[in-house]
Design a protein around this ligand. Structure first.
Ligand code: FES
Length: 98
């Protein structure tokens, strides 16, 4: 779907799979360049969603980055070794330990 113009200079881990990326590009760009188009599943129907606007407006690119859910992949810069995965349904709820 997309072709890189600059060669990858690092790797990220998506769903446990190592993928090539460039440090500083957005996570959404890195995933699209690797052929990944489904980033999340909707809470109600489980429909597949992927990035649309690539500028932080549509929220169709929500993923889990490390332990953080509801991260907009188009706004997350790639760092070497970054770990991310699909977001399935709604964001989980973490009870306050206090
Ligand atoms: S692609 Fe639209 S908010 Fe990320």
């Amino acid at each position: 779907m997309f072709r890189r113009t600059d060669p990858p200079d690092c790797t990220i881990v998506w769903e446990g799979r190592e993928l090539p990326a460039r440090a500083g590009e957005s996570l959404a760009v890195a995933l699209l360049a690797a052929g990944i188009t489904t980033f999340r599943e909707t809470p109600v129907t489980g429909a597949a969603r992927g990035p649309l606007c690539l500028m932080g407006a549509c929220f169709d690119c929500l993923v889990q980055v490390e332990e953080a859910q509801n991260m907009q992949a188009c706004l997350v810069p790639v760092t070497p070794g970054l770990r991310a995965q699909m977001q399935h349904g709604a964001r989980g709820f973490v009870e306050d330990a206090a």
